[in-house]
Design a protein around this ligand. Structure first.
Ligand code: PMP
Length: 305
């Protein structure tokens, strides 16, 4: 849920009003999805606005860029731009969206093919206001689409073109009356939701799909670490959807959504059909951590000022 932006963005090396950023549609980012991006959040903490796990997000961005052979600025430079952008927009909390893609701004150099050797990197970083979904739990459909396969692309990279798969799955769920969707991998194991990773809870053990067919979520990683502090055991393994339907609790997690309970899957109620205790505990701890209220995890926050 994005409200109206305050209006300053950074694009191709300059800060500018939102309306003035431009790219040409005849470039490989828009044409083929040959771009990489991140979704990062910053929160209003006692020490002012602070960005959650910025380093990990920027490392993933660099990994994604490497997969597409896209040259992007060093981590430190992107970090400085993001901080300045937040200050210029005068925001205390929100969502950060860096997007870098293969393109060209000059007519004579425009490329319409898949060869990117002579392309330029076009770049944009935007910050947007962000509010959490007020829903307490989600009704989820198992998608008829399968998750993109590691034999067809590099699923560990956050590449724009990959999101056709997420989009179609989410569209199908929305058009059939569901809030979200879970995709299975090509072997029939649970992979992930459209833009979230997925966990099941059974007898105080957290289960989540192995890396390999999923985006390695930074929230997923945070949940695995925080769960141990709450005395949950965590197992990463390949799991069937049947296991999720019979779990005590299921939840989705991602930067945008944070941690949100799954009340039902294809009409089958999970546990009490609402938010279970484990999900509630984890969501509460996660909130405290991102807001800088847990000393032990202050190192996950980068102060803007
Ligand atoms: N899976 C996919 C496909 C995603 O797009 C996202 C959002 N980046 C996630 C999982 C969750 O990742 P993160 O916790 O890093 O936001």
């Amino acid at each position: 849920m994005v409200e109206k932006s305050r209006g300053i963005i950074w694009s191709n090396g300059q800060f500018m009003p939102w309306e003035e950023a431009k790219t040409h549609p005849i470039s490989q980012g828009p044409q083929y999805g040959l771009g990489v991006f991140e979704g990062i959040r910053f929160y209003n903490t006692a020490r002012g606005p602070a960005i959650f796990r910025l380093r990990e997000h920027l490392e993933r961005l660099h990994h994604s860029a490497q997969v597409l052979r896209l040259a992007i600025p060093p981590l430190g430079e992107i970090e400085a731009i993001i901080k300045e952008l937040i200050r210029r927009n005068g925001m205390q909390e929100g969502y950060i969206r860096p997007y870098f893609f293969h393109g060209h701004l000059e007519y004579g150099k425009a490329k319409i093919g898949l060869n990117v050797q002579d392309s330029q990197t076009e770049s944009v970083i935007a910050v947007l206001p962000w509010k959490n979904d007020p829903q307490e739990f989600l009704r989820v459909k198992v998608s008829s689409y399968r998750r993109i396969d590691p034999r067809s692309t590099d699923v560990s990279a956050k590449i724009a073109g990959h999101y056709v798969n997420s989009f179609l799955a989410r569209l199908e769920a929305g058009e059939t009356g569901f809030d979200e969707t879970i995709l299975l991998d090509q072997k029939g194991y649970v992979a992930e939701a459209s833009v979230e990773n997925v966990f099941a809870v059974k007898d105080r053990v957290l289960y989540t799909p192995n890396l390999g067919t999923i985006l390695p979520g930074i929230t997923r990683d945070s949940v695995i670490i925080l769960a141990k502090d709450l005395d949950f055991k965590v197992r990463e393994k390949n799991l069937r959807i049947k296991f999720f339907k019979k779990a005590d609790e299921v939840f989705l997690c991602g930067t945008a959504m944070e941690i949100l309970a799954v009340g039902e899957i294809d009409g089958v109620a999970i546990g009490n059909g609402r938010q279970g205790d484990a999900t509630k505990q984890l969501a509460r701890l996660y909130r405290a951590v991102v807001e800088g209220r847990v000393e032990q995890y202050l190192h996950w926050l980068t102060s803007v000022n």
